[in-house]
Design a protein around this ligand. Structure first.
Ligand SMILES: NC(=O)c1ccc[n+]([C@@H]2O[C@H](COP(=O)([O-])OP(=O)(O)OC[C@H]3O[C@@H](n4cnc5c(N)ncnc54)[C@H](O)[C@@H]3O)[C@@H](O)[C@H]2O)c1
Length: 412
């Protein structure tokens, strides 16, 4: 229970860390007291102010090393670093009794994610993962509408352009990664488009459809001549998720170069209807007249727009939920905890494993526990040698974080 403002530190002030800084700066029950990033330009006050208007570093500790962040007297830490760059910081934070907000995916390696979860459970701290789309008013209305219905199929098709990935704030060119800092296009840094981006729609499907039991996936590798600046992620992904309820979900993603085209399609079907997200909001299509119908059923009678609340800033909303939960020591205020998010992580990491095993059906319970999957759970450098590498992909290496120095701002 925290009586005063929640004292928050942020690790990683890049694209996402800056968005969280902007949100936390607007939450009156939170106070950002420390910021950590290995690269000094990411801690410059002028840059931070572009994302958090009026933010001042005068009473904020800035540092380049995590250990120095811990000295700031924190209640909670946000982790917003590339998912392959964790080196035990989150576990140390939990062991130190700090509440945790971790950006998705929390790791590219299941063993590491499981170790984080165990530390959080042991410490009994409040912890969540950045699935802010659950807080979108449209998605909440869909959840309420589908409650109690028997879901059959969930379909998400996303066609994306490789060039739509952002230039990130990590100096990947100095860390053995892509020269252009577009690390979301690189397999070693992002863990594939399914893991980096597909985890959002998959997590929403779980929000509506419950737990995933198994996954089966086939990826289409990028041709070697199509790989530029380390953008070696597959160009197509066909993934099937089986839910414990018996429902089946399809996630179909493309990330093509030189197309500059993006579109998508979404459908959720239950046993007596379809739900679609249209330009003005979610719309359910179902028949609610006498059955069998006395005459011809007009298409217009089937269309039922859902009543939704106003759509706000979902990053602000998940931040508010986390701050409230951490101050009260009460996870029931969250729409997802770190532990409840593990099923989303296992499902997308399991998709990679399935593809590497030629499209094998991967039961998530076995993926977490069975010795046959042990090599696929491990982090490189921890004996992960039996895994067949992507045959057609050039992987950039992801070496350890360089040692750096710390600075403490006057007045802290
Ligand atoms: N929830 C969302 O919608 C959403 C959106 C974007 C990114 N993300 C996630 O946020 C995470 C960060 O992505 P990003 O887009 O901000 O990347 P980014 O490269 O723009 O920013 C990462 C920041 O972390 C810093 N950093 C790297 N290693 C560090 C370390 N060991 N300690 C401290 N700081 C370190 C970098 O210097 C950089 O400033 C990723 O997991 C990404 O998937 C989530």
């Amino acid at each position: 229970m925290v009586a005063a403002k929640l004292r928050v530190g942020i690790v990683g002030l890049g694209q996402r860390g800056l968005q969280h800084l902007g949100a936390l700066h607007r939450i009156s029950e939170a106070q950002v007291v420390a910021l950590c990033d290995p690269f000094p330009e990411n801690l410059a006050e002028e840059k931070l102010r572009r994302f958090a208007a009026g933010f001042s570093l005068s009473r904020v500790r800035t540092c380049n090393r995590f250990e120095q962040l811990l000295e700031a007297g924190l209640d909670a830490v946000y982790f917003c670093i590339p998912p392959g760059r964790h080196q035990g910081e989150l576990v140390r934070a939990a062991e130190g009794g700090l509440h945790i907000f971790a950006e998705k995916p929390v790791s590219l390696f299941l063993d590491e994610a499981l170790e984080m979860e165990r530390a959080i459970q042991r410490a009994g701290v409040v912890a969540t993962v950045g699935f802010q789309q659950r807080h979108d008013a449209w998605h909440l209305a869909i959840r309420d509408f589908l409650r109690g219905k028997r879901l059959v199929m969930l379909t998400q098709v996303t066609n994306g352009a490789l060039e739509s990935h952002s230039v990130k704030h990590t100096r990947t060119e100095e860390l053995g990664g892509p020269a252009n800092r577009v690390w979301a296009a690189n397999f070693a840094w992002s863990g594939s488009t399914v893991v980096e981006a597909g985890i959002h729609p998959l997590d929403l499907m779980r929000f509506w459809g419950g737990e995933v039991a198994w996954v089966r996936a086939t990826y289409v590798p990028r041709a070697p001549e199509d790989i530029v600046d380390g953008g070696d992620n597959p160009c197509g992904y066909a993934v099937t998720f089986g839910f414990e309820s018996g429902a089946v979900a399809t996630l179909s993603l493309t990330r093509l170069r030189q197309t500059f085209w993006g579109d998508g399609y979404q459908d959720i079907s239950w046993d007596h209807g379809h739900l679609k997200i249209e330009a003005e909001g979610p719309v359910a299509y179902y028949y609610d007249g006498p059955y069998p119908p006395p005459g011809r059923v007009e298409a217009a009678a089937l269309r039922h727009p859902l009543q939704t609340g106003p759509r706000g800033d979902s990053t602000l909303a998940i931040g508010q939920a986390f701050v409230e939960a951490a101050r009260a020591g009460d996870t029931s205020r969250l729409l997802n905890t770190f532990s409840s998010s593990m099923n989303s992580h296992s499902a997308v990491l399991g998709a990679n494993v399935s593809d590497q095993l030629g499209g094998e059906k991967v039961e998530l319970g076995e993926l977490i526990n069975h010795p046959k999957y042990a090599p696929y759970r491990k982090k490189p450098g921890e004996g992960r040698t039996a895994v067949r590498p992507y045959l057609h992909l050039r992987r950039a290496s992801c070496p350890p974080t360089p040692s750096t120095t710390s600075t403490t701002r006057p007045g802290t």
